[in-house]
Design a protein around this ligand. Structure first.
Ligand SMILES: NC(=O)c1ccc[n+]([C@@H]2O[C@H](COP(=O)([O-])OP(=O)(O)OC[C@H]3O[C@@H](n4cnc5c(N)ncnc54)[C@H](O)[C@@H]3O)[C@@H](O)[C@H]2O)c1
Ligand SMILES: [Zn+2]
Length: 366
């Protein structure tokens, strides 16, 4: 499949779609580099990939949400300081969104920016976060509050990595893809196509078609991102489902993976639109039954009632980074399902919608 060339105000870079692991051989020729990989991915792909590298080139780290920190970044800085190459060194990351967030932060800050190659190993990384330019660290109990805008020079997408991806993370990636499909032009006219593609994803079989779906998702994201790389306008709409989604991720202590939390957030945003008579009951029900609830059910994530406690959720929702006034931030579908950022979503309106939302999802809570 053809590369996807991306021209941002920061730099031009490309997404390469590959279908075997020989692309790694080119990395061995780089003069100064280190490979950063999470423990899980290292163990699974040791023979196929990582045994090709000299041992001193590998930095193997346990990545999880609790370790998306300055301390983990410091471990990586230290290893790079030993290299003879400085500003001309390359950091090669193999991993999902967490690895990407941390290694991107390191690559953007070490010597004010070194070369960075990203190999995405999760569906969420491949279809969404890899091209997002954003790097992030958590600080104390605050998620993603440290960060920078920094693109890799090359991104590799090889859907064979998905063979080993656990079910809940696979469906987390599908969740973000569903979001993109609801952000297409005239999404209601293309709903049948979206449902068909989610069915293809759910079978986890046809790698060619899955690669095409990933490329399509990236293109939808680019429509919103290019021209607004720094999140001042239309890029904010990519936050659809993320306001309640982030609150839920946090209240579940990250037991609910990102993309599934986003799907639940989309159901909430759609409900707010329904109650403002911006979308019809028919559309609301169709989306729930054909796209949104199937993602939640297929992920087999346990949704515990305690994750949804009103005060807990509202407290987190109020801390949303995108909040700019007394009202709460919300991106939702307005007329013709065109996404809009509201500025008048009050705490009272939140409360009323939340009550109805809980009765809607209560059959799925344990
Ligand atoms: N920077 C951005 O633009 C952006 C956008 C969206 C999400 N994110 C962040 O990404 C993170 C979530 O990313 P994610 O969904 O990719 O999950 P992840 O990076 O947490 O990876 C999920 C799990 O799968 C394992 N794993 C990864 N690839 C695997 C493979 N091929 N086979 C087997 N196991 C594998 C990992 O070790 C981990 O345990 C969150 O922290 C979120 O905030 C960042
Ligand atoms: Zn997201």
């Amino acid at each position: 499949m053809k590369d996807l060339k991306i021209k941002t105000v920061l730099k031009e870079y490309s997404v390469k779609f590959v279908n075997d692991f020989t692309f790694v051989d080119n990395f061995l020729k780089l003069p100064y580099y280190k490979v950063v990989v999470g423990e899980n991915v290292y163990k699974i792909y040791k023979k196929k990939i990582f045994d090709k590298f000299p041992k001193d080139k590998l930095i193997i780290i346990k990545f999880d949400e609790e370790r998306k920190t300055l301390e983990t970044a410091a471990l990586i800085y230290e290893k790079f300081l030993d290299l003879e190459g400085k500003k001309n060194a390359t950091l090669i990351s193999f991993g999902g969104g967490i690895n990407q967030d941390v290694t991107g932060f390191v690559a953007s800050t070490l010597y004010r920016g070194i070369n960075w190659i990203l190999v995405s190993t999760t569906l969420l990384g491949m279809a969404d976060s890899s091209i997002g330019l954003k790097t992030s660290l958590n600080f104390k109990s605050y998620k993603n509050v440290l960060g920078s805008f920094y693109p890799p020079s090359e991104i590799y997408i090889n859907v064979n990595f998905l063979d080993s991806l656990p079910n809940e993370y696979y469906w987390s990636g599908v969740g973000e893809i569903v979001k993109f499909y609801l952000m297409r032009k005239n999404p209601l006219k293309t709903l049948k196509d979206s449902v068909r593609k989610i069915n293809i994803l759910s079978q986890r079989k046809n790698k060619n078609k899955i690669t095409k779906i990933i490329k399509e998702s990236l293109k939808i994201k680019l429509d919103y991102m290019l021209g607004d790389e720094f999140d001042q306008g239309k890029r904010n709409l990519l936050n659809y489902g993320h306001e309640l989604g982030h609150a839920l991720e946090s209240c579940s202590n990250f037991d609910i993976p990102h993309g599934i939390a986003v799907i639940i957030g989309i159901i909430f945003a759609n409900l707010a639109a329904l109650n403002r008579r911006l979308i019809t009951r028919k559309t609301f029900d169709y989306l729930n039954s054909q796209l949104l609830f199937p993602c939640i059910l297929n992920s087999r994530i346990k949704l515990r009632k305690v994750f949804f406690a009103y005060d807990f959720i509202l407290g987190k929702y109020k801390k949303d980074k995108k909040r700019v006034s007394y009202n709460l931030p919300l991106v939702y579908p307005a007329k013709n399902f065109s996404l809009t950022k509201t500025t008048d979503f009050s705490v009272d309106e939140f409360k009323n919608n939340y009550r109805e939302f809980i009765s809607l999802i209560s059959p799925y809570l344990i």
